[in-house]
Design a protein around this ligand. Structure first.
Ligand SMILES: [Zn+2]
Length: 136
């Protein structure tokens, strides 16, 4: 049965109303609202800091930065996306890792291509998922 939605004088009045009424009875009176949602986990992992300029020393502990390659993963389109052989600068003291600006742009381009459906992966793998049992 369709019901007419009342006019509310305050947010509190509207909250009280919805606590005792079903949204389903007023569905036809509701307006469509467009909402853009950007899930944080869909963005490349923020774990790796991008240097503003090339450095030879770790900005955290001043130890020497060495060039190395890593596999970088992040969530994209609801699944894990792995980017292999990503060049990073890693400090030899604590293992802090940094992207150069150029590498960060290249990695972001991979994720952007995936969002646009233009990514051509070199390989595809399945990923085992384990749910850790909670201690009693
Ligand atoms: Zn460091």
């Amino acid at each position: 049965m369709k019901k007419k939605l009342p006019t509310f004088k305050s947010v509190e009045e509207e909250i009280a109303f919805w606590e005792t009424h079903s949204l389903a009875d007023y569905w036809d009176e509701l307006e469509d609202v467009k909402i853009d949602v950007r899930l944080r986990h869909e963005q490349p992992s923020p774990r790796i800091v991008t240097l503003k300029k090339l450095m030879t020393r770790c900005p955290i502990d001043q130890s020497k930065l060495l060039k190395t390659l890593m596999d970088y993963s992040g969530w994209s389109q609801g699944r894990l996306l792995l980017v292999r052989r990503v060049p990073v600068l890693e400090c030899d003291e604590h293992g802090h890792r940094f992207f150069t600006p150029a590498t960060a742009r290249r990695v972001e381009a991979v994720f952007e291509n995936d969002r646009k459906g233009k990514l051509k992966p070199d390989e595809t793998m399945s990923v085992p998922v384990v749910i850790l049992k909670q201690a009693a």
